[in-house]
Design a protein around this ligand. Structure first.
Ligand SMILES: Nc1ncnc2c1ncn2[C@@H]1O[C@H](COP(=O)(O)OP(=O)(O)OP(=O)(O)O)[C@@H](O)[C@H]1O
Ligand SMILES: [Mg+2]
Length: 305
């Protein structure tokens, strides 16, 4: 995958199955873009502002809140909650701020906005698009918590057609969806692990996103195991494994072979750009820093300021 593609977009959505490394990759992409001179806003979708931030583990720095905080030069982080999106939406559409405040104090309305299918995502989308309008950031990198989320955002047009057809909510949603589906503005990257099943699921997810007109740049295969064996060593270990010996290298060897097979599958079936990130022994901010170096090395020099 060419990172240059990400540099030209205003919104990069990082998606994929649970635990594949979305948050880590989000942090790494943010660092790589920041190093290329972009002012980056990392957005973390959370159900409530009390939800502990994953991004802060991956990026370090102060804990984010519902307003952006600076964690590194060129990198700010913000939590996107449905409630804040609803509040901002009401403030922007109702003629008086007191009305919006009163509306947000209404427990019934709050419960409705959270519970009605699609309205949570609309809140998140409203907030995201609101940040995009501000000239403070060149790129927003969105860490979506689970596979369903990016799809849910992409499915808002259908939800709209079913539920509401006109009025300010529909207008806002259409604007948001127009932003999400414009390939000049938005791109999604699908993160996966180098195993057959996750790869198959990642391809399905990419297809699903594209079906809903959300542009997909490519697939990031994360945690690709390093191959520590020379050709001779591999042959030796393979022989031992074939004889049923439980050698330490045996498990590693089969993992490496599974990974190679999964990558092969992606190349054959994917039809998309691939980028491999290796499995590293480090964690937290140090990990995202190292992975960012690898992403940056894929940048053409002309893309760097
Ligand atoms: N390239 C890598 N090398 C080693 N460890 C990694 C790598 N990428 C991610 N990890 C580790 O894998 C774990 C899961 O990563 P992460 O939290 O980024 O996944 P996620 O997809 O955001 O998970 P969730 O779906 O729960 O939000 C973390 O402990 C992280 O440190
Ligand atoms: Mg995560």
């Amino acid at each position: 995958m060419a990172l240059a593609d990400l540099l030209s977009r205003k919104l990069v959505i990082v998606t994929g199955k649970g635990g594949v490394g979305k948050t880590t990759v989000t942090a790494a992409i943010a660092r790589a873009l920041a190093a290329a001179g972009r002012r980056v806003l990392v957005c973390e979708i959370v159900p409530t502002s009390e939800t502990p931030s994953q991004v802060t583990h991956a990026l370090g720095g102060p804990a984010p809140g519902e307003e952006p905080v600076r964690v590194e030069p060129n990198i700010d982080v913000v939590l996107l909650t449905p409630t804040m999106g609803h509040r901002r939406f009401l403030q922007d559409t109702l003629p008086l701020k007191v009305l919006a405040d009163a509306a947000m104090r209404s427990q019934g309305l709050k419960r409705f906005l959270i519970a009605a299918p699609g309205f949570s995502d609309m809140g998140v989308l409203y907030r995201a698009v609101d940040f995009m309008r501000k000239p403070l950031w060149d790129t927003m990198v969105l860490d979506s918590p689970a596979t369903g989320h990016a799809l849910a955002l992409a499915q808002i047009p259908e939800f709209l057609a079913r539920v509401i057809l006109k009025g300010p909510i529909a207008r806002v949603a259409r604007e948001g969806v127009a932003t999400l589906t414009d390939p000049a503005i938005t791109t999604a990257v699908v993160v996966t692990l180098p195993e057959t099943l996750p790869v198959t699921e990642a391809l399905e997810l990419a297809k699903g996103l594209e079906k809903h007109r959300l542009p997909v740049t490519g697939v990031i295969v994360n945690r690709v195991p390093k191959d520590p064996f020379s050709a001779d060593e591999r042959a030796a270990v393979k022989k031992l494994v074939a004889h049923g010996s439980s050698v330490l290298g045996g498990r590693e060897l089969s993992r490496i072979e599974r990974s190679a097979a999964a990558l092969q599958l992606l190349r054959e079936r994917g039809g998309r750009q691939l980028f491999e990130l290796e499995e590293l022994e480090i964690r937290g901010p140090e990990l995202s820093r190292e992975l960012a170096v690898r992403l940056s090395s894929a940048l053409p020099p002309s893309a760097l300021r």
